[in-house]
Design a protein. Sequence first.
Length: 440
Amino acid sequence: MEFIKERFRLKAETANAELKVLLKENGNRKIGEVTLSQAYQGMRGITGLVTETSLLDSEEGIRFRGYTIPELQQKLPKAPKGDEPLPEGLFYLMLVGDLPKQEDTENITSLWQRRSHVPNYVFATIDALPLHTHPMTMFVTGVMALQTESNFAKEYAKGLNKKDYWSYVYDDAMDLIARLPRIAAYIYRRKYKNNEHIQPNGLLDWAGNLAHMMGFDDESFKELMRLYMTIHADHEGGNVSAHTTHLVGSALSDPYLSYAAGMNGLAGPLHGLANQEVIKWIYEMQETLETKEPTKDQIASYVQQTLSAGKVVPGYGHAVLRKTDPRFTAQMLFGKKHMPDDPLVNTVWNIYETVPPILQSLGKIKNPWPNVDAHSGALLVHYGLVEYEFYTVLFGVSRALGVLASLCWDRALGQPLERPKSVTTEAVKLWLQGKEEIWE
């Protein structure tokens, strides 16, 4: 190990040991309006953001402008002969605050169709990356290449009145959302389908067209995409992708830059990449147990092995929720309707019955219930979308709806540059000794 790295390791080990003692003895001491534990441990429970589009309830799950997922499935407009809500309607609800009528949703579909052209240089930029590049890296690269199209950046450079910021942010948000399915589908076909691309169908809705361009024209897969894009769209403002988009946007970075930053956060295994980790874990379990349909007892044994190895069961637990994620339930109901006998889907349901009691028995886990990531991969695999590295791109396309609607509100409300106060551990020690005030 090189000497600087070794010195850092020694310093870090000492600091870690000191920090554990400090938090054990003083974790509940308040530093300003928050506790030391909150300041050191991910700002959990600190209310410090305003997000207009959605609110996460620990018992009921996500509410979009006050509506639960079951309510949205009932109240939002649907595609002709479809049963699942159109994402266009959810975007309208998050942006405007009112439930859309059918014509409102159709209007957004039409607007996005007209704004959906992606310049060829964007595809050329993606093509410059090696084929083994992770799809999320390709996706963010495509978004960054599109940044040259930013209306906000162009107008700001000319000199723009603050009261007009929102207007150009709105135009960028609409353009970007409209173009994301084309970019995502291009990446999928380039990486997994021999670079054989499918042109958009201007008669389809936003999610249906994404399915078509990826090469999936099964009507129930289009329905899955509508559901998927709706339930993954937003999760209030404190999650990594939403908060990062908001934070970068607060510097008046345009929506392309802000959204790309959020997607780099979504690509992390503790956030959006978790859906990839879930399906990997199930495949590894099947391989270890040498069966595609493990029993509940076999699943329980493998879960214990996972935990004994110091690993987590991916797809289980949530920072806020204290019950089964309603987004998991919505996907489970979709599975029971469209694929009740699918072995992989049934395995997901057996895991659902097996894992929570085991996690509860540990006595340390606040939420042993499944989150949205625990189910989505199995539904996608059923239709032949087996390339699990791509799943987070789908998540990213959906999350654009919430974070960009929020960004429009950030600029409309004139929210300022985000700049929280930070302190050093040395300053904390001096404060505990009464020698320094650190929250002013």
